[in-house]
Design a protein around this ligand. Sequence first.
Ligand SMILES: Nc1ncnc2c1ncn2[C@@H]1O[C@H](COP(=O)(O)OP(=O)(O)OP(=O)(O)O)[C@@H](O)[C@H]1O
Ligand SMILES: [Mg+2]
Length: 287
Amino acid sequence: MAIRISIANQKGGCGKTSTAINLADALRRMNYKVLFLDCDAQANATKLLQMQPEANPGVTELILNPDIKLDDCLTATKLPNVSLIRGNIRLASVENRLREPSLYPIPIGVLKGKVRKETDFDIILFDTPPSLSLITMNALAASDYVIVPMESGSGFSFDGLDDLLNIIATVRNSVQPDLAILGVLLTKHDSRRNVCQAVFQMVQDRFKNDCLSTTISMSTAAQKAELQRDTVLQYDRKCSASRDYIALAVEVVTRLKNPLPTARVKPEVAKVIAEVLTDAPPVAVSA
Ligand SMILES: Nc1ncnc2c1ncn2[C@@H]1O[C@H](COP(=O)(O)OP(=O)(O)OP(=O)(O)O)[C@@H](O)[C@H]1O
Ligand SMILES: [Mg+2]
């Protein structure tokens, strides 16, 4: 049984893709089997994760072709234990097709029908585009949880948040009553800066328990990792951002209403925390 989580916020550049790929890397280091759906036409995550250029169908085909199943789209990635369903530029055309009522009577429920909980994966992550589009709504409708990344150093971070919360409510009231906010995640956080402190306080005041206690530090390693198409954890597993992503994975796992199998979680969580947060040898990764 998989737990399905969308990473969503229509604000561009707030850290959705960075959160999604590094959370995937942190979770697979905790021995979870992860599936990553890249629902963004920019396909940044696909470019970072895939081992070779496109060969099999991606999210576009999964949505548009009724004969294509999830298993037809699975692609291995550079990260052991992480499978990918690719995004590509063709996702830009999905929006118009979904608006044809004769073909898609419930246009926001197409992915939900294909990405079932009953799989061999433990966690399914959806990276979403910077828009409140039908694709984003499809990802939300196929999810049990949503993580909302917010850039902590920007006074514009709250703009559009009500629209996002309205969309989440619409999805919940129409096709996915189980959709819950796992948490708001502050990204590019620098606790020494007044503006970051102020935004963090505002987020805590507004979201209370739905504000994740983990924050992701502003990090040059994150930018350098992206430049060489690596996750931060691959680039430098001891840097501050790597520690943050491990802490995020641990917080995500502990916040789930139906916890993942404890036989797999407890020793691995303990091991990962011990190894990543100290100077111990690299974390062992299962094949
Ligand atoms: N912790 C961090 N520290 C410094 N830079 C970061 C951090 N996280 C992300 N970035 C940078 O911010 C930029 C935007 O990040 P990212 O692509 O993850 O955002 P996004 O929300 O997915 O963007 P889009 O809306 O275009 O899909 C990237 O250049 C990335 O390297
Ligand atoms: Mg992105």
